[in-house]
Design a protein. Sequence first.
Length: 140
Amino acid sequence: MQLGRLNHVGIATPSIEKSIAIYRDLMGATRIGAPFDLPAQGVKVCFIDTPNTQIELIEPYDDSSPIAGFLRKNPAGGQHHVCFEVPDIHAAVADLTAKGATILGEPRIGAHGTPIVFIHPRDMGGVLVELMETPTGDHD
């Protein structure tokens, strides 16, 4: 497996609109994408561009969303995961599995339109890590 660049930091929020206002008004963010639904994941998502990565705001659709469980434990929201790019998601999964890491589910299409998987936090020092296949035409 070859670890690539940090693609984004995922922030769970009970309200994308309120979180957008915080990043815009308090932090001066100007490159804010339009929120969009990701039904397969049970969430609404919005990306905020920074000079070197993105912030992914994640709001649950309803109580069945995985993010809803996170927000029950953290009602104000907070950092949910970090996402790194890998050149080949299937090779990364095979390598990590061979090394004993727990991959949460099968590769599926994420918010950037490329395959993603998550690595269990117990294998990553307590941090939920998302791996995403590097989008075609994206940064090296």
